[in-house]
Ligand binder design. Structure first.
Ligand code: ATP
Length: 300
């Protein structure tokens, strides 16, 4: 069974008399053991999706299964266990919210203490896994931003959750540190088989994961898959110097709707907050979308 199955997920926020449709029927499946990224412009619904997956908020409608848990039907008590055992969360700048005068090891032990008893050995193992084996006894305020973020990752892994969610984890570190953090995520993904979902604006990071999902207006609009060596080779043989690392596919949803890429809307003078018409025809197994000729072009 897949780790995450979102079907027609809707999230509506009510603020005063206004309703904001943050997610508008989102479909997404993420397999166990995937390490993938979610991108999208500001306000597209990325954090909303992560909050739903993390059990911090509930979907308004649709169906959302994570590791077999139905997040629409769970009781408060089940949700509490879910947050403790099934998901770990890493936020941007999280390292700065840890306790500065305690050591790295103590910072990892504290949440464990709250669970019952002190597990020094476990805390050490986790810190070794994130590459901080040599900094166990350093106080947090003696660590760099990237190292503090690694402590935050170790804390998120304390109960070895099958799913790790990260919201802009490299948002406030330089590119070299961001690269090292991605390597930490990869190591965790490979050794613990943790499924990892990273919301990011960091294009260096997205180049290095196999699948990148793009959210637009509360729905998945396209997905990018890292090109396999034979695909790159094929392009080279055709004489195409491909600078991109991924191939992008527009998603056709279960009812047949698709979102035309924004730059093409602009090029073809479609959309732009007005409704327009196109002809959709099939030719030799290809789908061709032709804008309706202007009815009265001279009046334009
Ligand atoms: N608690 C809330 N109450 C009302 N509206 C909200 C709330 N949280 C989010 N929204 C709205 O929902 C939409 C999606 O927000 P969300 O934070 O998921 O976007 P995002 O893609 O994460 O953006 P960013 O990249 O800027 O963080 C936005 O229009 C936002 O204003």
């Amino acid at each position: 069974m897949s780790m995450i199955i979102c079907e027609s997920v809707v999230k509506i926020y009510k603020a005063h008399d206004l309703e904001v449709f943050a997610l508008q029927g989102l479909d997404l499946t993420i397999e166990k053991g995937e390490l993938m990224a979610i991108i999208g412009s500001s306000g597209s619904g990325k954090s909303t999706l992560l909050n739903l997956l993390g059990g911090l908020e509930r979907p308004s409608a649709g169906s959302l299964l994570v590791d077999g848990n139905n997040l629409l039907r769970m009781t408060e008590k089940q949700l509490k266990m879910y947050k403790r055992l099934t998901v770990g969360f890493v936020w941007q700048n999280q390292g700065r919210n840890l306790i500065p005068y305690l050591t790295a090891q103590e910072n990892v032990e504290i949440p464990m203490l709250l669970q019952g008893r002190k597990k020094s050995q476990k805390a050490r193992q986790l810190l070794e896994m994130v590459g901080l084996g040599h900094r166990l006894k350093n106080r947090l305020n003696q660590l760099s931003g990237g190292e503090q973020q690694r402590v935050a990752i170790a804390i998120a892994l304390a109960n070895e959750p099958p799913l790790l969610l990260a919201d802009e984890p490299t948002g406030s570190v330089d590119s070299k540190t961001g690269d090292q953090l991605l390597n930490v995520f990869r190591e965790i993904n490979e050794t613990l088989n943790t499924t990892i979902v990273i919301v990011t604006h960091d294009t260096e990071l997205t180049k290095k994961v196999d699948r990148v999902v793009n959210i637009r207006d509360g729905k998945i609009s396209s997905e990018m898959f890292r090109m396999q060596p034979h695909e790159l080779e094929e392009l080279m043989m055709q004489g195409i110097q491909e600078e991109n690392t991924h191939l992008e596919y527009t998603v056709v949803d279960r009812t047949g709707r698709l979102q035309i890429p924004e730059e093409l809307l602009h090029t073809l003078n479609l959309g732009d907050n007005k409704q327009s018409r196109v002809q959709v025809v099939e030719e030799d197994g290809q789908l061709i979308i032709k804008p309706q000729p202007s009815l009265n072009p001279t009046k334009k």
